[in-house]
Structures are given as C-alpha cells and as structure tokens.
Design a protein around this ligand. Structure first.
Ligand SMILES: O=C(O)CCC(=O)C(=O)O
Length: 299
C-alpha cells in the first residue's frame, strides 16, 4: 500500500500488518546498503536455529548505520507508531534495532509473536510495533518474512495451518510494519542471493526494551544523536515519573551546562497523553483474582 498514516494504522489493526512500498527513497536506500556492508561482511552466521544458522544478525544499528537514525524518527513512521501504540501509553520507545541478513540455504525461522517478550496472553493490546525496512527485495524464494494475517486477533494457542501463512513480498525500499500479536518469522532462502532486512521496533513506554538502549547508547554516545532520537531511545519519561534521573527529566543528562530550570517529573505532553491512554484491568490466569486487579478500567 502507499496510503496515509491513518490508513496504515487501520490496516495494522485489522490485519496485524501493512506493507508500504517506496517508503525509502533510492538515495537513502543506497546509504543504508553501503553503511551496513562492512558489518555484514564481518559478521559470522548465527549460532542457533532460531537466530538462523545461515543468518547474520547485527544490533546497535544507530551507531553502525547512521542513516537508520533518520529512519527511526521518520515522521510518517512515527505517525503510524502514534496511532498503533499511543492509545496504550503516554510515550513509546525504541525496542530493538537489528539487521537480519539471510544467506542462501537458510531455513524458515520458528514462527512466533514478538509480544511474547512480555507475559500477555493473545489477543492482547499491541505492546510492540515492529518495522522491517527491506534493504534487498523480499521475495517468496529469498526468505521474505512469513506472516500470518489476522493472527494478532487469534486465541493464544491457535496454530497456523500452511495455507494461512504468506510471504511478505516487497521490493527493496519498502517497509513492513506489524503488531506484536502477529505470528511471523524469517522465511527460507531458497535463492542464490541474500535477503537483508533492517528492523527498528518500538514498544509501549512502560515496558522494558528488548535491546538495552542505555548500555548500547550510554550518555556520551547518545549526546551525538538527534534530540528526537535521544528521547525515543529512552532519555525521556515513559509516563509521568517513569524513568526519572536524580528526580528530573533524563534528557538533562545529555545537556551541557547548568539545568535550564527546576527539576521536572513529567512533561505536559507526557501528562496529557497519560490521561488519554487506556488503562488495563489485569487478572492473573492461574492465581486467585481477588486483589489482582490493577487500576480502574476506563468505561
Ligand atoms: O527477518 C525476518 O524476516 C523476521 C525476523 C524475526 O522475526 C526475528 O528474528 O524475530
């Protein structure tokens, strides 16, 4: 599709995924390829079947491929992330960055839900918005991500039948976006070429990030990043009070000179978004329900 952000959000809510062709123009696609090339060349294949014995995986991509700093804060992508994640949180974070590069001979990855990082039973509200930028074409033969449309709405234990899966075929420069409940996995590479994807995922601000952004991008490194990205990787509140440093806005760690004003434990936008965000009534599956409910559900 090539629709506006609202249309993409509607597709993700309905189908669990959307593919936007032409999301990355030729110049930045070329930069992405050339910035990643030395790292792909120097990286060995994976050590376990889930990560892919014929796959190369590279993390911390903001430091390795600087163009990805722009992709992570692309206004179109963030408008989609706003639509998918902001109903459930005051702010979202970068969850994970990584290159998934499949060599010929790679087999299909075990299908899974990214949402299983967290202890929620499907169907659940989206906790993560996954995005994979196609660095090469994604074809049915070279390992295009296998997706199960609609599976974000399935009961936890429903297993997809072969005819319910399909490859997320897309030309280089496209963007696959999918929600945490979508069953998916890297496909088998039966071709003679490689398949390279560059993932930048986002998660609800009150959940821990999969890739530890504070250790991969500590303050001295984070200072070199664009301000919006600094906030997005976590030098910000995840909600009012959530993430304070010395009782203050964590972004101040990255600022030079004396603090510009008094300490703050939220920002007006964060507080407003927190008031709008939905709240959850939690009932543990295998524990007495008495006393387990957290907070009050909005009517
Ligand atoms: O590379 C892909 O197509 C998807 C990879 C994936 O889902 C994973 O590694 O968890």
């Amino acid at each position: 599709m090539s629709g506006g952000a609202g249309e993409v959000v509607a597709a993700i809510r309905r189908d669990g995924f959307a593919i936007v062709e032409g999301a990355l123009e030729a110049t930045r696609l070329a930069r992405l390829r050339s910035e990643l090339a030395p790292y792909i060349a120097a990286t060995p294949c994976g050590a376990d079947p889930f990560l892919g014995l014929r796959s190369k995986r590279i993390g911390n991509i903001f430091m390795r491929a600087p163009v990805t700093r722009e992709l992570a804060i692309d206004p179109y992508v963030l408008a989609i992330a706003d639509g998918v994640l902001l109903p459930y949180c005051a702010a979202y974070r970068v969850n994970f960055t990584g290159v998934q590069h499949l060599e010929p001979g790679e087999v299909t990855q075990g299908l899974h839900r990214d949402g299983h990082l967290y202890p929620f039973v499907n169907p659940a509200p989206p906790t993560i918005l996954g995005t994979i930028w196609a660095v090469t074409d994604f074809t049915a033969d070279n390992g295009a991500t296998v997706i199960v449309p609609g599976s974000h709405l399935w009961p936890e234990d429903r297993v997809p039948l072969p005819h319910e899966t399909r490859p997320a075929v897309m030309p280089a420069g496209s963007l696959l976006l999918y929600t945490s409940g979508l069953i998916h996995g890297a496909g088998a590479n039966r071709s003679t070429g490689v398949r390279t994807g560059c993932a930048i995922h986002y998660n609800l601000g009150w959940l821990r990030q999969e890739e530890n952004q504070y250790l991969t991008l500590p303050p001295d490194v984070a200072r070199t990043l664009p301000h919006r990205l600094q906030r997005l990787i976590g030098y910000d509140f995840g909600a009012p009070y959530l993430g304070i440093v010395h009782g203050d806005d964590p972004i101040r760690l990255l600022e030079d000179g004396p603090p510009a004003g008094p300490k703050v434990r939220s920002r007006p936008e964060i507080s407003a978004a927190q008031r709008r965000a939905r709240r959850f009534r939690v009932v543990a599956e295998d524990a007495p329900t008495e006393g387990v409910g957290l907070g009050a559900a909005k009517p």
